[in-house]
Design a protein around this ligand. Structure first.
Ligand SMILES: [Zn+2]
Length: 98
């Protein structure tokens, strides 16, 4: 197999790629901090934060009350009065639904 000599087009393409890269680099650096054009300000990050917020609803099936949070196993004041067994059953049901 004869050694492949460098084709003139290869170096031309290489130079072209280099020129394009040199031209684009400053443009990319300029536009990068803007995080994509056309996005309405505030909508993206805000919604993401809202989505990550804890689901504070009571875990008891059908209960519309707000729970007292993770330290209370996400049960509302009413359902915290239930026996541990009933709480467990409610939590198991809630986990199964997910
Ligand atoms: Zn409840």
């Amino acid at each position: 197999m004869p050694p492949r000599t460098s084709h003139p087009f290869d170096s031309l393409a290489e130079r072209f790629a280099q020129v394009v890269a040199d031209r684009l680099a400053p443009l990319l650096a300029q536009t990068a901090p803007r995080r994509g054009p056309g996005r309405p300000p505030g909508s993206g990050a805000g919604q993401k934060l809202r989505g990550r917020k804890l689901d504070m609803r009571c875990r008891y099936p059908g209960c519309k009350n707000k729970s007292k949070g993770p330290r209370f196993r996400f049960l509302c004041a009413d359902h915290l009065k239930l026996s541990k067994k009933d709480q467990e059953a409610a939590l198991a049901k809630w986990a199964g639904k997910k």
